[in-house]
Design a protein around this ligand. Structure first.
Ligand SMILES: *Cc1c(COP(=O)(O)O)cnc(C)c1O
Length: 367
């Protein structure tokens, strides 16, 4: 068997090749490439899909996070609670505004541990950033209760959770703002960079529309110093095609993961768990293994690709050395960084490829 990569973006393209190509030609021929009818239509359709009143397209997921905290007025002197085991962009969205991230340990589902929020709240705490990591909804009931009790803003990092639900409600509608990335490998992926925020507040939607376009509502009249972070017409058009197939894409990935859950049967490996009341849209299928590096090397030797999400937790990265959060202070986060492993998963994966991955994983013998 030829090497099975952890992700195959080409399969996702060829699945709807004609539709993508027709849309690309339509946009190219339209003569309008930034903030036009494709972006406006995508924002409407994406808001309807998520169940929020508004969606505003931005340049990427990091910008969505940066603009979300900026629109909420969170900055220097303010603290934001965030889980330790996340992609570093979550943390950068906080620190780019001059605010301070305060790390909270994750639960057994890889999301922020709601029972450990209150012990981290101080006079300076202004918000909680929940990350629905790997595609599974966080424990929103308890998190929303803590926000209400302590009058905190709630921002959701939904970069990995397009369409995931908690008790029937879609992630990105619980907080003041939901932040989405359409990086090509995400469940709703563009063919380049893209992002969006969702909100029910008309004021927040207007503020982000203004900030993303140099701080102007009307061309050449600039109210504040904004940024250039616009979703472009080509990406918006292609995202509309992908969005129209989201249910099918989600169902396909789920069926692959149900097989993995049922058929991977190796005592050395811990399979991902699903929270009661939550849905998982399987951005990644993340297993855990004490001898993770040995397992990864074995799989590689058998032509099964793997990837670690993420090997260095943000508090131990060089970029955040200045925060002074020492090694050992977040033992669960640090343990996950040493034991997690993402195995091949992508739309268009063949039955033979799944069979092979399952067989090889089951054949691994712990030394
Ligand atoms: C991908 C991702 C981001 C950043 O998105 P970009 O579009 O790459 O800027 C933020 N948070 C999480 C959890 C992500 O997975």
């Amino acid at each position: 068997m030829e090497k099975i990569a952890t992700n195959r973006l080409d399969r996702g393209f060829f699945k709807y090749q004609k539709e993508f190509e027709d849309k690309a030609i339509e946009v190219l021929r339209s003569g309008w490439y930034i903030l036009g009818k494709e972006v406006a239509s995508f924002e409407e359709e994406f808001a309807a899909y998520i169940g929020s009143k508004y969606a505003v397209g931005v340049g990427n997921g990091l910008d969505a996070l940066y603009l979300a905290f900026r629109a909420l007025g969170i900055g220097p002197g303010d603290e934001v609670l965030v889980q330790g085991n996340t992609y570093i962009a979550s943390v950068m969205g906080i620190t780019m505004n001059g605010a301070t991230p305060v790390f909270v340990e994750p639960d057994e589902y890889f999301c922020i541990d709601a029972s450990k929020l209150e012990e981290k709240i101080t006079d300076k705490t202004k918000a909680i950033l929940v990350v629905h990591l790997y595609g599974q909804a966080s424990n929103m009931e308890e998190i929303c209760a803590v926000c209400k009790k302590h009058n905190l803003k709630l921002v959701e990092d939904c970069a990995q959770s397009h369409g995931a639900k908690f008790k029937g409600q879609t992630t990105g509608t619980f907080g003041d703002i939901g932040c989405f990335s359409f990086y090509p490998s995400k469940n709703l992926g563009a063919f380049g960079d893209g992002g969006a925020i969702t909100t029910d507040s008309p004021e927040i939607a207007d503020t982000i529309r203004m900030l993303r376009n140099y701080g102007s509502e009307k061309r050449y009249y600039n109210k504040v110093v904004g940024v250039n972070s616009r979703l472009d017409e080509m990406q918006a058009g292609l995202l509309r095609v992908r969005l129209s197939h989201m249910q099918e894409l989600e169902d396909e990935k789920r069926s692959f993961c149900e097989r993995y859950l049922k058929e991977i049967n190796n005592k050395a490996i811990e399979l991902p768990k699903i929270r009661e009341g939550a849905t998982h849209i399987w951005h990644q299928f993340v297993i855990r293994c004490e001898k993770r590096d040995e397992l990864a090397a074995y799989l590689d030797s058998k032509n099964v690709g793997t990837i670690i999400h993420y090997p260095i937790p943000p508090h131990l990265s060089e970029a955040y050395a200045y925060l002074g959060v020492r090694e050992g202070s977040l033992p669960i986060t640090e343990k996950y960084a040493k034991t997690v492993l993402s195995i091949p998963l992508y739309n268009g994966m063949t039955r033979e490829e799944q069979d092979y991955v399952i067989g090889v994983i089951n054949s691994y013998e712990r030394c």
